[in-house]
Design a protein around this ligand. Structure first.
Ligand SMILES: Nc1nc(=O)c2c([nH]1)NC[C@@H]1CN(c3ccc(C(=O)N[C@@H](CCC(=O)O)C(=O)O)cc3)CN21
Ligand SMILES: CC(C)C(=O)C(=O)O
Ligand SMILES: [Mg+2]
Length: 280
């Protein structure tokens, strides 16, 4: 079925879910989170996929976890990102409480996200437990990105690495196989040991996108605020800081503060005259 994008631009992006699905091992998929229009504008040309992740609850709303994030929050940020993305595939997370009741609830939530944001796809956490829901969305024409391994929406005892031991390894693999059976176009593997990520990647015909899941995946995703040194919480071991935006912000704010107090700001170029220069 075709969606009418109420207020949202129909998706005219260069890279679609089908292109992500067709990724080949010679070119790892490059994925980052984006929650706002300007960050989407900066990342869009260099990424294959932009994820509007429910991590935004922790990263920009200061929550302790992702469980309090609502569908309305995801839609507002999803819409901001699709306003700027014209190259990368845009995926929006279904938040906790918006799909666990089963295929009916998942369909209702995913349809809203697609119609109101103009995203290319949705992501939901889980394998076997959500297989029927993923299949229902795909059957309705909504592309789905899977998410297995560490599931932050179900991390009641903290964010623990998954797949250790034979039982753990089997569960992650079974979840990956379920996501593939349900016809997701790719799957995120989060917080898993390398042998498990390798086994899942070899066993599945769809690409695996790793976060804290080793180099054995078909691609990588990271939370952009971690990459940029902007997140003010605990940085997971798997994240790597490529910039220090927190330091840049503190320094700029301090310099401006000094300039206001010394009356160096505002300068003449920041000040309106009675009549604009050159006009009579
Ligand atoms: N800023 C940010 N970055 C993320 O990657 C991220 C979020 N927020 N929020 C949602 C989830 C939560 N994530 C996390 C957060 C912390 C750990 C963490 O601290 N893990 C321990 C490993 C514990 C173990 O060995 O079992 C670590 O020390 O890295 C892992 C994943 C990943 N996602
Ligand atoms: C960490 C990624 C995969 C995610 O789900 C998020 O940012 O919410
Ligand atoms: Mg998420």
């Amino acid at each position: 079925m075709k969606y009418d994008f109420r207020g949202a631009e129909p998706n005219r992006r260069h890279i679609g879910p089908g292109d992500i699905r067709a990724a080949t091992p010679d070119r790892p998929l490059v994925c980052l989170t984006a929650y706002t229009a300007p960050v989407a504008a900066y990342l869009d040309p260099v990424c294959d996929l932009l994820l509007v992740g429910d991590s935004l609850g922790m990263v920009i709303y200061g929550m302790d976890g992702t469980v309090g994030v609502t569908l309305d929050m995801m839609i507002a940020h999803g819409r901001a990102v699709t306003r700027r993305a014209r190259h990368a595939c845009v995926v929006v997370d279904l938040p906790a409480g918006s799909y666990e009741d089963g295929p009916g609830q998942a369909l209702e939530s995913a349809r809203r996200v697609m119609a109101e944001t103009g995203a290319d796809a949705v992501k939901l956490e889980g394998g076997i437990a959500v297989e029927a829901s993923i299949a229902a969305l795909v059957g309705d024409g909504i592309p789905v990105l899977g998410h297995i391994g560490l599931l932050p929406q179900h991390a009641e005892e903290g964010f623990r690495i998954q797949g250790r031991g034979e039982d753990g390894a089997r569960q992650v693999l079974e979840d990956g196989l379920a996501v593939e059976r349900a016809s997701a176009f790719a799957v995120v593997i989060e917080g898993t040991v390398e042998p498990v990520a390798r086994r899942v990647t070899e066993a599945l015909s769809i690409p695996t996108i790793g976060i804290g899941a080793s180099a054995a995946c078909s691609g990588q995703i990271l939370v952009t605020d971690d990459l940029l040194g902007l997140y003010d919480g605990h940085l997971p071991k798997f994240a790597e800081r490529y910039a220090d935006l927190a330091g840049t912000i503190r320094e700029a704010a301090q310099r401006w503060t000094d300039d206001v107090r010394s009356r160096a700001f505002p300068a003449e170029r920041n000040t309106y005259a009675e009549r604009p220069a050159g006009k009579v």
